[in-house]
Ligand binder design. Sequence first.
Ligand code: HEM
Length: 120
Amino acid sequence: MNNLYHQIGHDNILKIAHLFYEGIKEDEILKPMYPKDLIPAEERFALFLVQVFGGPTTYSDQRGHPRLRMRHFPYEIDMKARENWMLHITNAMNAIELEEGVRASMMTYFERASVHMMNK
Ligand code: HEM
């Protein structure tokens, strides 16, 4: 994933995280899982994406090893939750201009990671 970060661009990652959370706000299944204050959650998500696509490791400097599956254990993530999560990330991605190969690599990552996060 090393060069993806540069191809995506830092500002685009921040935009994707922001647009994703705009979708979460309107989601009757997912919104109750998230904290009331979505601003710090949006920042955690953005910093994680920066790191996972090959940018600075500020996420781990602040939060430690991602251990994302474990961090998601408190939430019941079934197929429907995953489907909704994918809808919001897809909408966010579609609102951003990206080179198509870059978009496809990111979407493949999200598809796989969201399956991995299911725990129910
Ligand atoms: C499959 C459906 C998913 C659901 C329902 C879900 C739900 C949640 C919830 C409720 C939180 C807590 C918000 C917070 O306080 O930060 C969270 C955190 C987080 N999620 Fe997800 N998530 C899903 C998939 C994913 C995927 C695929 C990724 C990675 C691409 C991801 C990345 C994160 C990150 C980085 C955090 C913050 C972790 C931390 O540092 O505490 N999530 N998620």
